[in-house]
Design a protein around this ligand. Structure first.
Ligand SMILES: [Fe+2]
Length: 283
């Protein structure tokens, strides 16, 4: 089973340069997704769907999602707002007021979590959401992949990291560690690809559709602007998660224009046979 993940679209109905750039980046990502030789079974969009949570931005998102292939499932990030989202997309997937729901896929259950606390940049997860997750994990009849916006891991990027002793992180960690069914956690928020072992499983953070966060691990003094780059124009990206029934293989796909340097032409058949170690017929 092949799962595509895109995240941090930051689409906006505003008529400014950032809005135009983010829409163009979304179009590029959609084009790449539509042209994969093997189409994903579904696409997960893990939050920061829009930049400023306005109704008009969700209406734009609704129109833009129509160009993605196959079924698409949405999660919320810190830039999102539930009320305007529900006005455009409806109440489907909301449980106890949070956009948390299960997707039953072949051989895998995907649990989309809601780590949004409106007005807060960082993540949130409380007893109500944890109870829903624990119940879902207990009832799951197959392995589980968790999808959420905020990664519960340290990133080494001082202004985009998560403290491990934050109560929401400890609550989520308790839920996941007490289950042996979780095969991975996928997230967005950091606008960079990264992986880390956590809570007995692996966390895979996907780079953004919108602009990326610059990688700088140097200590940061919030009262001393040192001119470091914060946001960069690295290409937008997609994560492809392949589930083979035992584990997830994650591929990072950069969306952009790249020259193809070799093709599988007839002159390559002998070399390809050697790669595959296919015995040659004596005939
Ligand atoms: Fe974001």
């Amino acid at each position: 089973m092949l799962i595509a993940q895109i995240t941090d679209l930051h689409l906006s109905a505003s008529n400014n340069e950032m809005a135009k750039a983010n829409e163009a980046r979304f179009d590029l990502v959609a084009e790449v997704l539509n042209n994969f030789s093997v189409q994903p079974d579904l696409t997960l969009v893990t939050g920061d769907l829009v930049e400023n949570g306005t109704l008009e931005s969700y209406e734009l998102l609704f129109r833009k999602l129509a160009i993605l292939p196959g079924e698409v499932h949405l999660g919320l990030g810190n830039h999102d707002r539930r009320a305007p989202f529900r006005k455009v997309f409806g109440a489907r997937g909301f449980n106890d007021g949070f956009l948390q729901y299960a997707i039953k896929a072949p051989g895998l259950i995907i649990l989309m979590l809601d780590t949004l606390e409106e007005g807060l940049h960082g993540g949130a997860f409380d007893a109500q959401r944890a109870a829903w997750l624990s119940n879902q994990l207990a009832a799951a009849d197959r392995p589980v992949l968790i999808a959420l916006h905020h990664p519960p891991i340290p990133t080494q990027i001082p202004w985009m990291t998560t403290k491990q002793d934050d109560p929401w992180v400890e609550l989520l960690e308790d839920c996941i560690q007490s289950s042996d069914k979780v095969v991975g956690v996928i997230s967005g928020h950091v606008h960079r690809h990264m992986h880390r072992a956590w809570a007995g499983t692996q966390v895979m953070v996907s780079a953004a559709t919108a602009a990326q966060v610059a990688l700088d691990m140097a200590p940061l003094d919030p009262d001393s602007a040192d001119g470091r780059p914060l946001i960069t124009e690295e290409p937008p990206a997609i994560s492809l998660h392949h589930w083979d029934g035992t584990a997830i293989t994650t591929h990072r796909v950069l969306a952009g224009q790249y020259n193809e340097l070799a093709h599988f032409n007839p002159s390559m058949e002998q070399a390809m046979n050697e790669v595959f170690l296919v015995p040659k017929s004596d005939a």
